[in-house]
Design a protein around this ligand. Structure first.
Ligand SMILES: [Zn+2]
Ligand SMILES: [Zn+2]
Length: 603
């Protein structure tokens, strides 16, 4: 059998003549009061030896069955210095698991009631008048109480940690991971630091974790939530300066007059301004004003359990209720913190999700409108693609049309970037003069129905520039209520004509600003012949293109530069005949052309 309850009463105030009679009376009184009728109830003196039947007369027992459970209650009388003591031990076959089960159900068990009624019947002569038969009662063992406490302890532990978690969540989100170092008052920190040292030396495996919060006393947790934040704004104070001068003269603060210290402290503390109150600013928004009262009760109960005090079903229910109250409030607050005080990363995910949802919805509606009306309503991406293609067309056309201008280079084009601001597309360079035309664009997109997007193409040469607007007008539909369908209003339209115009104008812009010097020379050939003026080009072939357009007239281009292809040629003038040539022969310091050199050799 297991001893489930054991208690003792000491200092008898009544005379007990016959122990067995006394026990019989108390047991029967108890059954009567509890209105139970036990089966096979035996009340007798206990044999102290199983082998020899010796009755010491001091020990009695009651053995009975209630609801098929056997109970054995032992009574042991002893006398010390004429003062009596009675020890009562209640035993049965219920193991701890069954005990837990029985206590977890809402039905009060026989034993819970029995131990109390029996105790009362023994301890009191008249309970109503508080008339005692014994000086006091000492509760020694109570497995039921132990089970109640064991059931409560994990709940208490979990709830305490919820509070810690809540504080940490709020603090980290508001003040960052270093909140403990930055905002907690020094005395609390010092107090905690001394504890951490001792804990850590025992737990090797967790030596490297931050368990600041875990080691804070439960009572200090509430202090954290009510913390006042303050800011020290040091300001020059003449009186303080004088005091510091006095302090410096002294070796120890013990020598400083108390009044001086008081004054200095007063000045310094006046420079500390309270900026905010954590409770008002944050915690009051997630915890009720009655939370501290609830938590105070919780802590008191916690200490009761932690200090191994006896509890019964009623106490269990009260404590459990108190735990639930605190726990539920903390859970609610944590949920609030997690949903409202979101980290930057979580906020960004929220934003993207929202954006995605809106886009999905718009996309869906657009598809319906398009399929019903047959009108295309283009998205931002699609309009970009249209403009991208337009720019590609422009580039290819320009490159094609300038193909025969060997003096011009159309630089590489990397493709339109996905930006609306002014972006440089490519440059067109004159290889002879090295001057450039820059082609850039700006994009304005309006994805609304019937909205006009603009591809602005800009040509710049020095301080001259030209701008062309190539429009794209998005499709427009209207809802026909009678037919319950979307009808076309305007078809979408791209400004093909404007694009062509822009391309034609670019070619003109190039021809005007990056003049074809070869043509210019050709046009002047007649004048040269007619008026006998000298030709601006030498009568020798370019080393690159082979054409006779090597410039010798500084009004056109650099000396030696080929007007056809821009190649820089080495050109010399024969010092004898005055003709231009690619190389000369040195004859006694005189530079001669091939022709004159041959003649010289023949002579
Ligand atoms: Zn050339
Ligand atoms: Zn010559």
């Amino acid at each position: 059998m297991n001893e489930v309850v054991k208690f003792a009463v000491v200092e008898n105030k009544i005379d007990i003549n016959d122990y067995l009679e006394y026990v019989e009376e108390k047991i029967k009184m108890t059954f009567l009061e509890m209105k139970v009728e036990p089966k096979q109830c035996y009340i007798d003196r206990l044999d102290i030896s199983e082998k020899v039947s010796i009755d010491n007369g001091n020990e009695c027992y009651a053995d009975f069955y209630i609801e098929n459970q056997e109970y054995f209650v032992g009574f042991s009388f002893e006398t010390f210095n004429k003062v009596k003591q009675l020890e009562i031990s209640i035993n049965n076959f219920i193991n701890i698991t069954d005990l837990e089960k029985s206590l977890n159900s809402s039905q009060i068990t026989f034993l819970e009631k029995f131990k109390i009624v029996l105790k009362n019947n023994i301890l009191y002569t008249d309970r109503d008048k508080e008339l005692k038969s014994w000086g006091k009662c000492i509760w020694l063992i109570d497995k039921q109480s132990q089970v109640f406490a064991t059931m409560l302890y994990p709940m208490i532990y979990e709830t305490e940690n919820l509070y810690r978690e809540l504080i940490n969540q709020v603090m980290v989100k508001v003040f960052g991971a270093d909140w403990w170092d930055t905002i907690v008052l020094k005395d609390l920190k010092d107090d905690q630091r001394s504890k951490v040292g001792t804990y850590k030396s025992i737990i090797q495996s967790l030596n490297d974790v931050d368990e600041t919060l875990m080691s804070i006393d439960v009572s200090d947790l509430s202090k954290l939530t009510k913390l006042k934040l303050s800011e020290w704004k040091p300001e020059y104070n003449h009186e303080l300066k004088e005091l510091i001068q006095v302090f410096r003269k002294q070796q120890s603060y013990k020598n400083i007059k108390g009044i001086y210290l008081d004054k200095a402290i007063k000045i310094l503390t006046s420079q500390l301004n309270d900026t905010s109150d954590l409770w008002e600013k944050y915690f009051s928004k997630i915890l009720s004003i009655s939370f501290f009262k609830k938590f105070y009760e919780f802590s008191t109960n916690r200490n009761h359990i932690a200090h191994n005090k006896v509890i019964d079903r009623q106490a269990y229910n009260i404590i459990k209720n108190s735990i639930d109250n605190v726990r539920n409030e903390l859970l609610g607050a944590l949920e609030h913190v997690n949903s409202d005080m979101r980290s930057l990363e979580k906020l960004e995910i929220d934003r993207l999700e929202k954006e995605y949802d809106t886009q999905e919805e718009e996309e869906f509606m657009r598809e319906i409108m398009e399929s019903e009306s047959g009108v295309e309503i283009k998205s931002e991406d699609e309009i970009y693609i249209i403009f991208q293609e337009a720019i590609n067309t422009l580039y290819q056309d320009v490159e094609e049309r300038l193909r025969f201008r060997l003096d011009i280079e159309v630089e590489n084009f990397e493709g339109l970037s996905y930006i609306v601001d002014n972006q440089i597309l490519f440059n067109i360079k004159h290889l002879v003069t090295e001057k450039e035309i820059r082609i850039s664009c700006e994009i304005t997109i309006d994805t609304s129905q019937g909205g006009q997007s603009i591809l602005k193409i800009i040509y710049v040469y020095g301080n001259r520039n030209e701008t062309f607007n190539v429009p794209y007008i998005n499709g427009e539909v209207s809802y026909n209520e009678e037919q319950c369908t979307y009808m076309p209003e305007t078809e979408d339209e791209f400004g093909e004509i404007q694009l062509q115009e822009a391309i034609d104008e670019l070619i003109d812009f190039v021809n005007i600003n990056l003049e074809n010097l070869k043509e210019k020379v050709d046009n002047q050939k007649y004048t040269v012949i007619k008026e006998g003026t000298s030709s601006p080009v030498a009568d020798i072939g370019c080393c690159n293109c082979g054409e006779n357009y090597i410039c010798i007239d500084g009004n056109y281009a650099e000396f030696g530069c080929c007007l056809n292809c821009g190649e820089k040629n080495e050109v010399y003038e024969c010092e004898k005949c005055g003709k231009y040539c690619n190389e000369t022969h040195d004859v006694a310091g005189v530079q001669l052309c091939e022709n004159c050199y041959q003649k010289f050799k023949e002579e």
